[in-house]
Structure formats: C-alpha cells, structure tokens
Design a protein around this ligand. Structure first.
Ligand code: URA
Length: 194
C-alpha cells in the first residue's frame, strides 16, 4: 500500500496544476508569477487576502509588503508566527496597477481556493477585506460583521478588515488590532467543541 500524501504534497500538486492551467489568462500574462500561498499546510488558521501586490508578485509569496509587515506584527501580538498559519489570496496573480479584482476573476479563482481549503481543513478561516469575504460569505457588510465569527457551510469564518486599508487609518487600524486580539479565544472555543 502506498502512504497517504501529506497536505504539503497535495498543495504542491495543486500549485503545479494551477500553473499549467490558464486561470485568469489576462492577469497571468501581465504577472511575474503565481502567488499560490505560504505557511503551514497543517495550520489551524488560514488567512485569505485579496490579490498579490507588487512585492508579492516579485517574491512569489503573499503579504510580504507593508500590509504583510503589519499582518506579521498583529500575528506576533497574539503569539503566532507566520510559520504557524497558512496565508493565501482569493486571486493569485497580481492585477495590473493593483486594481481591485473583477467579480469574474474572483469567481474563476474560487474553485482553486476551495481546493486549498479542502486540503488544509483549517479550523478557522480569516478573511482579510471584503473581496475574500464576498466570495466565501456572500451578502455581508464588512463594516457590520468584522470581528464576529460566522459558522457557514461546515466552516468557521472570522471576517476582518484588510491590513492595507487599516494601515494608515487610525480608527480602522485600532479596530483591526482589537479584532485580531480575539483570535486565540475564538480558536480555543472551536477546538474545545471538537
Ligand atoms: N494584499 C493582499 O490582499 N494580498 C497580498 O498578498 C498582499 C497585499
């Protein structure tokens, strides 16, 4: 009997399949590379952002620019490191000039995000900003639901503001930090329920 594949191997296979597929070909043509995801394949927490920016496109990793630095700081505040969590985006090629991803682009990427979720099976899915929230938790307003865990179709989600939006907006920045501080107790509640 052959050994079951690890989550790491399954993610690598998915990455190779995406690279060979022509997902959002217009974005692919203009991007430097696929920004698939980064972190621990066995993580309990998975963060989902919007789309790669310039730094992410250059380095092939999500959240490595200013927003990523802020995200790392908030992770540290709650005792987590990037190596403890998994981080990806709904759209995995950089949109030109960092424009918002189109609804059709998000739709095209959604099945691949769902495959990543099926492999990792995180206990808590944290959406960063409205773009990833809209595709996974449709019909909600981020200003009304941020920081509130939502159980929806077999997963627990925590919608948060996007660190890039909060970075230079004092009020939103503090709100995001306060919401982030809730993560350990939310995760503990989920874990205790089994
Ligand atoms: N913003 C995002 O949504 N994702 C990144 O990877 C970087 C910035």
């Amino acid at each position: 009997m052959t050994a079951a594949k690890t989550k790491e191997q399954l993610l690598e296979e998915l990455k190779v399949r995406i690279e060979a597929a022509n997902v959002t070909p217009e974005l692919k043509k203009q991007a430097t590379q696929l920004v698939f995801g980064d972190g621990n394949a066995e993580a309990d927490i998975m963060f989902i952002g919007e789309a790669p920016g310039k730094n992410e496109d250059e380095q092939g990793k999500p959240f490595v620019g200013a927003a990523g630095k802020f995200l790392n700081e908030m992770l540290e505040m709650v005792g987590l490191k990037r190596a403890d969590v998994y981080i990806t985006n709904i759209v995995k090629y950089r949109p030109p000039n960092n424009r918002d991803p189109e609804p059709s682009e998000k739709e095209e990427w959604l099945p691949y995000l769902r495959e990543q979720l099926d492999i990792i099976q995180p206990k808590l899915i944290i959406t960063l900003g409205r773009h990833s929230m809209d595709v996974l938790l449709p019909g909600l307003k981020i200003s009304q639901v941020h920081g509130q865990p939502k159980r929806y179709k077999d997963h627990v989600y925590l919608p948060l503001f996007h660190p890039a939006a909060a970075l230079y907006n004092g009020g939103m920045r503090q709100t995001l930090i306060d919401d982030f501080a809730l993560i350990p107790q939310i995760l503990q509640k989920i874990t205790n329920k089994g």
